[in-house]
Design a binder for this molecule. Structure first.
Ligand code: FAD
Length: 50
């Protein structure tokens, strides 16, 4: 049987995790990604406040 999770650890590994996609978090994520960091943004709301 094929192991479909073979790349799971790689896919779920980030250099930075930003909590909240408001003004601060959104800008931080932009800066981080522009510097080449693999960044995950977690937002509790369906839409951003900014
Ligand atoms: C009514 C009002 C009007 C304003 N008008 C102006 C204006 O005209 N000009 C101005 O410069 N500023 C204004 N501000 C201030 C401005 O909105 C804030 O200074 C700015 O949004 C702060 O940014 P922030 O990223 O720190 O926080 P926020 O914008 O509040 O972003 C925080 C984000 O984190 C998310 N979050 C929180 N907890 C969690 C969690 N546990 N897990 C995941 N996500 C989470 C929230 O859902 C939110 O999206 C106003 C504020 C209000 C309330």
């Amino acid at each position: 049987m094929a192991n479909l999770l073979i790349d799971s650890l790689k896919v779920r590994t980030y250099d930075a995790i930003v909590i909240g996609s408001g003004m601060s978090g959104g800008w931080a994520a932009k800066e981080l990604t522009e510097h080449g960091l693999r960044t995950l943004v977690l937002e509790r709301d369906g839409t951003s406040n900014t």
